[in-house]
Design a protein around this ligand. Structure first.
Ligand SMILES: Cc1ncc(COP(=O)(O)O)c(C=O)c1O
Length: 387
């Protein structure tokens, strides 16, 4: 496994190490730059929030939230891990940034799915990665192409196996196993991004690939509370194999010292509350219904000019136009008609762009707006096909 050159310069922050020691109540600390707790803004206020949240906290994250995540990962995801392997992040997006810093120098080869998550591409390309995109099918990834790309010894493989953004695909059990075996044989680290797993509408295989990893493997699992609680909190997490965690922790220290303690506290309150499970069920029912409304509207309006699979989870439909128009060129007209959609071309690595796809989100608009929006979409497409 090869890290980026910059990692050789990455030291642990001495101050953070001393501050950890200075947590003991009988230590007189002249070490850090911690404000006097009695003068922190909340101290005198009536706020019900615990006052210690106003002080700097540990870079790893709040111990109770790390424990919660490790328990959840062991019990619900089948990932064999300890709380020490958990790093709380400022959104799982931060994990993508930290992984990029850890592995990518200009021209470092990496593998992603193609298409893949836009902001991951943005990050990987910013650090200068040489990206090989592997095509997806609704139930997996092109295995021969993956195996071929693994022969170039990429620094890592970034995958979204469950309810992929943007393509809505979900690997079946066989693909999950074969991909893990291929990565293990090539000894290439896996970065598994799994933000949508709880937004599930039909029964499908969702067991993370990281659950099949062994003690010899290098892996990072990225999770988030954005899709189930509130994206504005900016709280996500990573769980990493023990060889990677110390490097990621230092990069986290260098990036932002730690994630918002208030955000972490609110997440912990929410996930420990009695109503959390019923909240998840409500989300699932509500989004399933919207998905079905969009599915019916698409069938009524677009079945002769586009193909798609009804997504089993997540937040998106991925349309493939029978005539492969460049959907970026259609966007200005749709915007004039009061409709915003994502042209599919944006989700491909540079030089591997495929024309003729659209990503449609179904969670945000009302049911009525979904029907009106799909009608506008169809009218715009038919006009473009006639021109
Ligand atoms: C695949 C994927 N990864 C990561 C993220 C980032 O999520 P967060 O809000 O946790 O940073 C998103 C958000 O849309 C996403 O779709």
């Amino acid at each position: 496994m090869a890290f980026s050159q910059r990692v050789a310069q990455l030291k642990s922050s001495l101050i953070r190490d001393i501050l950890a020691a200075a947590q003991q109540p009988d230590v007189i600390s002249f070490a850090g730059g911690l404000p006097d707790p009695a003068l922190l803004f909340w101290h005198e206020s009536e706020s019900p929030l615990p006052k210690q949240l106003a002080q700097y906290g540990p870079s790893e994250g709040e111990p109770t939230l790390r424990e919660y995540v490790a328990n959840y990962a062991r019990q619900q995801l089948g990932i064999d891990c300890q709380a020490q392997q958990v790093l709380i992040l400022s959104g799982s997006q931060q994990g993508i940034d930290l992984v990029s810093k850890l592995f990518i120098d200009p021209q470092t080869p990496i593998i992603t799915e193609s298409p893949t998550y836009l902001a991951a591409l943005q990050c990987f390309e910013f650090f200068g990665a040489d990206i090989t995109g592997i095509p997806l099918s609704p139930t997996g990834i092109d295995l021969p192409r993956l195996q071929q790309a693994l022969q170039q010894q990429p620094a890592f493989t970034y995958l979204i196996p469950t309810f992929q953004n943007p393509a809505a695909s979900c690997y079946d059990a066989e693909h999950r196993q074969q991909v893990v075996q291929a990565l293990q044989a090539a000894r290439v680290p896996l970065i598994e991004d799994d933000p949508y797993r709880d937004l599930v509408y039909d029964e499908v295989e969702r067991r993370p690939l990281c659950a099949q990893m062994t003690a010899d493997d290098s892996w990072v699992y990225l999770g988030t509370f954005s899709k189930t609680l509130a994206p504005g909190l900016r709280i996500g997490f990573l769980i990493a194999s023990p060889d990677l965690l110390p490097h990621l922790l230092r990069l986290k220290q260098a990036a932002d010292l730690h994630s918002s303690r208030l955000g972490q506290y609110l997440v912990l309150q929410a996930v420990s509350s009695d109503s959390y499970q019923s909240h998840l069920q409500t989300l699932q029912q509500h989004y399933r219904q919207k998905r079905d409304v969009m599915q019916r509207a698409l069938q009524a309006e677009l079945s002769d000019i586009a193909d798609w699979q009804c997504p089993a989870g997540g937040l998106f439909f991925w349309l493939t136009l029978k005539e492969r128009l460049d959907t970026r060129l259609l966007l200005p007209d749709w915007l004039k008609q009061g409709l915003a959609v994502m042209p599919g071309e944006a989700f491909y690595p540079e030089n591997q762009v495929e024309l003729g796809h659209l990503r449609l989100n179904f969670s945000h608009a009302s049911e009525q707006a979904i029907e009106i929006g799909v009608a506008r979409l169809a009218a715009g497409l038919r006009k473009a096909l006639d021109d």
